[in-house]
Design a protein around this ligand. Structure first.
Ligand SMILES: C[S@@+](CC[C@H](N)C(=O)[O-])C[C@H]1O[C@@H](n2cnc3c(N)ncnc32)[C@H](O)[C@@H]1O
Length: 283
């Protein structure tokens, strides 16, 4: 039985390793800077905007939001994990962003999306890789919509897992094996494996209008860099345990990935999808 649980991109594991990884990666990877700038563009936040991020995690967006909205704006960030909020607080302090406790500043709120008790007054509500964690993504989108003002924007960011590419080599058997493992992952993974591809239809059911979408990619060039977002190595073992691969195929998956990594030829490309949704104006 594989010892690594099947987890999907951005799972909710709060182990120290996961948190450390989250806290460090933005500083380590210029590609993440571009990724985050794309997310912020989609929010459309400008001076004076009010913005709520639900599932803010370690708060990597928050200093930028604070700078964008300025002294007449408002930034609130909520997360269900106190450990994540501690990291977000530390990040803000390091960046010398004021916290709301003392003066006008970023407000950090401990709570779940489903019961935040925050008024629906925000120009923008952002959920960056949150809805994949939710058992009912439509209800989640309804909760997000309720937090925005009438006519306000809800921005939903997710990994488009069906578009992930990983190369095991140029042989037909390598390509076929990679395709099978990645397809297995989308089919058998958690909500975040599939939800991103159907956000517009989920949004419609939640009473939101889809007004725009954008996709972009980033590439991890070492296996270590993919941890823990895409524990690719374990997928073969899980697919075997699930009856989707033979034992020798599972072994081939692991061996090929490790060999490519050792040779400096490993690459996984992840696609991100951002959907811009709008809460209808009243009446
Ligand atoms: C992948 S992290 C998002 C990180 C952050 N948005 C960023 O861009 O770095 C997902 C976050 O959602 C939080 N979360 C999961 N379910 C939640 C819920 N129902 N309500 C609020 N936060 C939740 C988790 O604690 C975690 O910090």
């Amino acid at each position: 039985v594989p010892d690594t649980p099947v987890v999907d991109l951005d799972h909710r594991d709060e182990s120290g390793e996961y948190l450390r990884y989250h806290a460090a990666r933005d500083e380590q990877r210029p590609e993440y800077d571009r990724h985050r700038a794309d997310v912020r563009d989609l929010t459309g936040a400008v001076a004076g905007s009010s913005l709520l991020e639900v599932g803010c995690g370690t708060g990597a967006h928050l200093p930028h939001f604070w700078n964008s909205v300025g002294p007449h704006g408002r930034v609130v960030a909520a997360d269900s994990s106190e450990k994540m909020l501690d990291l977000a607080r530390a990040r803000l302090q390091t960046a010398q962003v004021p916290l709301f406790d003392d003066e006008p500043g970023v407000e950090l709120v401990h709570g779940r999306l489903e019961s935040l008790g925050i008024e629906g007054v925000f120009d923008v509500v952002l959920a960056d890789r949150l809805i994949g964690h939710l058992e009912d993504p439509v209800a989640g989108l309804q909760h997000l919509a309720a937090l925005a003002r009438a006519g306000g924007r809800v921005v939903v960011i997710n990994m488009l897992n069906a578009a992930t590419t990983v190369s095991l080599g140029s042989e037909v058997s390598d390509r076929a094996l990679a395709a099978r493992v990645l397809a297995w992952r989308v089919e058998r993974g958690t909500t975040s494996s599939w939800a991103s591809s159907v956000v517009p239809s989920l949004a419609k059911r939640a009473g939101l209008e889809a007004v725009g979408a954008k996709c972009w990619t980033f590439t991890c060039r070492t296996l270590a860099e993919t941890f823990p977002h895409t524990p690719l190595l374990s997928y073969g073992d899980h697919a075997f345990a699930d009856g989707a691969l033979s034992a020798s195929e599972a072994a081939q998956w692991r061996e090929r990935l490790e060999a490519l990594d050792a040779a400096g030829e490993f690459a996984v490309t992840v696609t991100v999808r951002g959907d811009v949704l709008q809460r209808p104006t009243a009446g």
